[in-house]
Design a protein around this ligand. Structure first.
Ligand code: 13P
Length: 335
């Protein structure tokens, strides 16, 4: 598990036409989504749901990797095949969520910091043994009145960098995910300014902690106006501001950026990714692809609705969204 292996894994994660499926929802997040649809919030339902996702025929055509949650990485299909093996057999690299969730930042309860550093070296060793080859840590930045504070940005950047160092030491490619939320009524310009500041802080900390940029993947949010902003942006504006910000802040040695969808509609998440790749393809030093949870899963989950008889239809929808996002990662999506 030397540096060359990590760099090769990072490149494979953003191979042309491929992206990541984030299926690492924690108990709370998975249950919240199930509850909304009236699906029972049991371990067996979460297992059956993930089995539906991972056994989608030919999904490996579009997915380089799947991010798993601790519960999921230990689960198996109904016939007893471990999910890790299902993914490996489909040519998909298994990954693992390592942060333990975003909690209120001390003395700043409207801001968050992600926990999970204690004992992380041992957890990484265990997940590596189970078959994981990359990991994810999400830091959450909220835009609002007087926030994000410099302290919140620095604290999250520091945690991301310490996590990343432990991953590279332990043989996992770290996905660095500093998510700037789209909640609020801020403008596109404000989102750009916050992304700029956050990415600067993150790469400064990564440098301090000795992170090899060739052996990591960035998972950024897109530069978008707040979802309550009266001034929404065109697809081209989002693409332009996002690419400009990333070009100013992300070293060319990073193999790729795999975006989160962040609550955008399925179609918007695909159109924005496509515009970045179609309009700016000659200017990008890294690959731009997807690492979506909601924008890949939400329609499939609705179709599945907890019923065995809906599995094939739900898989068809997941396959379709993965195919469209694969096309968008090449700038070849046609709505
Ligand atoms: P969304 O695509 O739903 O934003 O989720 C991505 C993710 O992995 C959040 O950590």
């Amino acid at each position: 598990m030397g540096g060359q292996e990590l760099a090769a894994t990072a490149r494979a994660m953003v191979a042309p036409g491929k992206g990541l499926l984030a299926a690492d929802e924690s108990y709370d997040t998975a249950n919240r989504r199930f509850e909304k649809l009236g699906i029972a919030t049991t371990a067996e339902m979460r297992r059956a749901y993930r089995e539906m996702l991972f056994t989608t025929p030919s999904i490996g055509d579009f997915l380089s990797g799947v991010i798993l949650f601790d519960e999921t990485i230990r689960q198996s299909t109904k016939d007893g095949t471990p999910f890790i093996k299902v993914l490996q057999d489909a040519g998909i690299i298994p990954g693992i969520k390592l942060d333990a969730g975003a909690k209120p930042l001390a003395k700043a309860p409207s801001e968050l910091v992600s926990e999970g550093l204690d004992g992380l070296r041992d957890r990484i060793a265990e997940y590596y043994k189970l078959g994981a080859r990359f990991a994810k840590w999400r830091g959450v930045i909220t835009i609002g009145d007087g926030i994000p504070s410099n302290r919140c940005i620095k604290t999250n950047a520091h945690a991301l960098a310490r996590y990343a160092a432990l991953c590279q030491e332990g043989g996992l490619v770290p996905i660095i995910e500093p998510e700037v939320l789209i909640d609020g009524d801020h403008t596109l310009e404000r989102s750009y300014a916050v992304h700029h500041e956050v990415l600067k802080a993150v790469f400064d900390e990564l440098y301090i902690q000795g992170i090899e940029p060739e052996q990591m993947i960035l998972k950024p949010s897109m530069v978008l106006p707040g979802k309550k902003s009266p001034q929404q942006a065109s697809v081209e504006e989002v693409a332009r501001f996002t690419v400009k910000c990333l070009k100013e802040r992300v070293p060319a040695a990073v193999p790729g950026c795999a975006f989160l969808s962040g609550g955008q509609s399925d179609e918007d998440a695909t159109a924005h990714l496509n515009a970045m790749n179609a309009l700016f393809k000659d200017e990008l030093p890294w690959r731009l692809t997807f690492s979506y949870s909601r924008a890949l899963q939400q329609t499939a989950m609705q179709i599945w609705n907890g019923r065995e008889e809906n599995v094939a239809a739900a898989q068809k929808e997941l396959y379709r969204r993965a195919r469209l996002n694969s096309a968008a990662s090449l700038g070849q999506y046609r709505p």
